[in-house]
Design a protein around this ligand. Structure first.
Ligand code: 5AD
Ligand code: SF4
Length: 436
């Protein structure tokens, strides 16, 4: 019996790719083990979005060098695609590198690996296909990911993704809807549509659906109670998406819309293709919606040339919008990207200072905003139980964590939907009690 161990770094796209890779390996007769020590085949599905993520991968490989005892080591994902055959020089004990655009070829590559080829590669980006497989082995029994679009055709100056995931390929709408129906039949109630830029989805079949239509139709699949999507690009985020959320209760009250900077000058240098005003217009659409749409974002501080005044424009935008949550990052130089050529790098300490200011300001905003939920009743999908605190872990439609108490006699409610009254609010989560 052949066995494997896999560890995944990075985003939800990677997490879902790993589910497909695991399904493929199981179908090829491998069994999965839970530690690298037991495994004959060790796979790392890697991320290279920032230097730190990439270093983590090479650190893991160094740990292995000492102790690999004849195991076969495989590098998948974004670092594999970015570094390509250079990996074999940097880490000679790695015997296969494969980027996400080549996962369709995994079965053939595994055969090469098994027959002793020590340098198996899958690095082509010129695929027309998506990695669309019925073999996916899903990790979460309630929420399922569906890839609707792979790759990215934007060229944000800081971003490595167009180089690691290749050009955009949308999946046929009937295939997406078919997968959603099968998932509903298998008992999943929440679906998360995935892509680097879901908004630029364009159905390649004659039906020709745009993203808003696809989103609405997935929300109409019987027994699907919640649909989320990530990630959006402001340039392609159009009003019909907000209208769809307003009209279809199965679509969650949450949009993640990365803004990156509040300064139009910096946005232009980042090649983001929108201005601060254009971003704000999208925020206004959402704030004017009938349903209370939670809005979250990504911010990069310290992009080359970002002045103090431009950084402060990010702060004023944060104050104006009052996001429900943000992910803040210090700019990190990435190979191949246009921003590599820019002068005027910001010092590391200065980036750290700017990020701290952003995160502190946002913490206060979240505390204040979350306090407004105290006394309201929110429907939660029950995602877990915390033995230490005796609380169930729920998730609201707005994607807020709501930990709650419930009489012990109530039985197992994992995966169910319950109404919870909010009694307390922190910056990052809410707490409450189950309503009967
Ligand atoms: N440096 C810092 N942050 C980055 N991101 C993407 N590339 C970089 C980079 N080179 C951030 C962006 C993106 C999120 C997923 O990661 O904010 O939206
Ligand atoms: Fe990391 Fe981006 Fe690759 Fe996801 S797509 S794994 S975030 S580099």
């Amino acid at each position: 019996m052949k066995n494997f161990y896999i560890e995944t770094f990075g985003c939800q796209m990677n997490a879902h790719d790993s589910e497909k890779v695991v399904g493929t390996l199981l179908a090829e007769g491998y069994s999965q083990v839970t530690t690298p020590d037991e495994a004959e085949l060790v796979l790392y599905n890697t991320c290279s979005i920032r230097d730190k993520a990439e270093q983590k991968v090479f650190h893991r490989l160094q740990q292995f060098k000492r102790n690999n005892k004849g195991k076969k080591i495989v590098l998948l994902g974004c670092v594999a695609q970015q570094e390509g055959e250079r990996v074999f020089e940097k880490a000679p004990f790695v015997s296969m590198v494969c980027g996400s655009a080549s996962y369709n070829q995994l079965p053939e590559m595994l055969v090469q690996l098994e027959t002793g080829n020590k340098r198996v590669t899958g690095l082509s980006l010129d695929t027309e296909d998506t990695f669309d497989t019925p073999l996916t082995r899903r990790e979460n029994p309630h929420r399922a990911y569906i890839t609707i679009i792979e790759g990215c055709d934007k060229s944000c100056a800081y971003c490595v993704v167009p180089f690691t995931r290749g050009p955009e390929r949308s999946r046929v709408s009937a295939s997406v809807i078919g997968e959603a129906r099968r998932l509903a039949e298998d008992g999943y109630t929440e679906i998360q549509l995935l892509g680097q830029n879901v908004n630029s989805y364009r159905d390649p079949s004659p039906a020709g659906w745009d993203f808003a239509t696809l989103l609405d139709q997935v929300g109409r699949v019987p027994c699907i109670r919640r649909v989320r999507f990530t990630t959006s690009h402001p340039r392609d985020f159009v009003r019909p998406i907000v209208d769809a959320i307003d009209e279809n209760p199965a679509l969650c009250n949450h949009v993640h819309l990365p803004m990156q900077s509040g300064s139009t000058r910096v946005l232009q240098a980042m090649q983001r293709l929108y201005t601060r005003d254009e971003y704000m217009r999208r925020i206004e659409w959402m704030k004017a919606a009938r349903r209370p749409i939670a809005i979250t974002t990504d911010i990069i501080v310290g992009f080359p040339g970002e002045t103090e005044a431009e950084f402060e424009e990010t702060l004023t935008l944060l104050r104006e919008v009052e996001f429900d949550a943000i992910f803040g990052f210090k700019y990190s130089r990435r190979p191949n990207t246009p921003a590599l050529a820019l002068d005027d790098q910001i010092a590391e300490e200065e980036k750290t200072r700017r990020l701290q200011i952003v995160l502190e300001m946002q913490r206060e905003i979240q505390l204040r905003r979350n306090a407004a939920y105290v006394g309201t009743v929110e429907e939660c999908l029950v995602e877990g139980f915390n033995k230490a605190t005796g609380q169930w872990i729920g998730r609201t439609s707005q994607h807020k964590t709501l930990n709650f108490l419930r009489p012990a006699s109530g039985g197992d409610i994992l995966g169910g939907y319950v109404d919870v009254r909010v009694t307390r609010a922190g910056a990052n989560s809410l707490a409450g009690e189950c309503v009967h």
